[in-house]
Design a protein around this ligand. Structure first.
Ligand code: V47
Length: 354
């Protein structure tokens, strides 16, 4: 069967077919991705009202792509106090109506599991209905190795102290050779997948990311998507797949070439087609720019993440996401792109259609 016949039939695509999808022209690829997206989500563009908090940038690891952690290029270490975090949230809940806090940090040897559990329980005590999305599989792996704790114990405690879902960070690229080059010492690919599997087996949901546009090849992206698809077949626990566009500034990777918008849109479209069992494809606007994220809604993506309010990881590497976007701007941009803005909660229950 040729590739177009396969796309017409809607059957599951193999690794070889996934790689071949990149050879199609953008419009053809977009046509099929858009069909799948509209079958599932119609004209909806999902977003949430959320706040990102990055409590510390002190990190024992050195990922070459990272401009966020305090190091020679960014000698600016900080660790927020619990009171600081609560004050930020007080303001965000009261003035912005956030429904989610997304807490992601560096691997700081001075903020152990107790430090996190304490802040999770304080957040839940003060804001019981706020969804806490926190601790990537990379952070869980770090806490496990640093303090000799089992992943199971950490996960049980996260749930006990108020974590509702896990973010998708730390996946980077699963190919072991590329991974060793860009983020040696970080959780292994299988380790990342195992931690998400354990989390799903507790009846909990999570997201999955992929960092692309650095030294990886198209083949590595397809391999990454298939490894996620295989785990999703087993557990069904992933809500969203989030291809993150690599930002090039202030880091140690020194990538000269940057991705064309065509390659980025193709990657969103292929994500929709390959990850046929993951409901949501998120065009995280902090890495793709808001304008390209809006176009990506025509190429398989259905979700834009959220208003964010403050963002430190991608903006440190050159993205213009440091201050997030206001709800008004967000809604206007979605509407003028001819999509229906749907505010969702963190598990994609619909809160309000505009
Ligand atoms: O894993 C680090 C990425 C991730 C760079 O789950 C970079 O809803 C681009 O995972 N260029 C953390 N990306 C952020 C993350 C995330 C973001 C939004 C939503 C969700 C979700 C998760 O940030 C890391 C890493 O892949 N990152 N440096 C960079 N230079």
């Amino acid at each position: 069967m040729n590739l177009i016949d396969k796309l017409e039939s809607g059957g599951r695509l193999s690794y070889e077919e996934g790689v071949a999808l990149y050879e199609l022209d953008l419009f053809t690829l977009g046509h099929y991705a858009n069909l799948k997206r509209r079958q599932r989500h119609g004209n909806k563009a999902f977003f949430n009202i959320n706040r990102h908090i990055n409590p510390t940038n002190i990190c024992k690891d050195i990922c070459k792509f990272c401009a966020f952690s305090a190091n020679r290029k960014n000698p600016n270490p900080y660790t927020m106090s619990h009171d600081e975090i609560l004050t930020i949230l007080e303001n965000s809940v009261q003035n912005k109506g956030i429904t989610e806090v997304h807490i992601v940090s560096a691997h700081n040897p001075d903020t152990g599991l107790e430090w996190y559990l304490e802040i999770f329980s304080k957040v839940k005590a003060r804001f019981p209905s706020l969804h806490v999305k926190a601790l990537t599989a990379a952070e869980i792996n770090f806490l496990s190795e640093q303090y000799g704790l089992s992943v199971d114990d950490i996960i049980v405690k996260m749930i006990e102290y108020g974590v509702d879902s896990m973010p998708g960070g730390g996946a980077e690229i699963f190919d072991e050779e590329v991974r060793a080059y860009i983020c040696k010492g970080k959780v292994s690919s299988q380790g990342w997948l195992d931690i998400h599997q354990k989390w799903h087996e507790k009846g909990k949901q999570s997201n999955a990311t992929m960092l692309f546009g650095h030294v990886e090849k198209r083949e590595h992206r397809i391999d990454h998507m298939i490894r996620l698809r295989e785990l999703q077949d087993k557990t069904g626990g992933f809500n969203a797949f989030i291809p993150l566009v690599y930002q090039r500034e202030n880091n140690y990777l020194h990538v000269e070439d940057f991705l064309s918008s065509t390659e980025i849109l193709k990657t969103y479209a292929i994500s929709r087609l390959m990850c046929d069992n993951i409901a949501h494809i998120k065009a995280y606007w902090a890495t793709s720019t808001i304008n390209l994220a809006l176009v990506a809604l025509e190429y398989g993506a259905d979700d834009l993440d959220g208003t964010i309010e403050a963002e430190a990881i991608q903006s440190a590497a050159g993205a213009s996401s440091a201050k997030g976007l206001s709800l008004e701007t967000f809604l206007e941009l979605i509407e003028t792109s001819n999509f229906t803005p749907v505010q969702r909660d963190s598990l994609y229950n619909e809160i309000k259609t505009y």
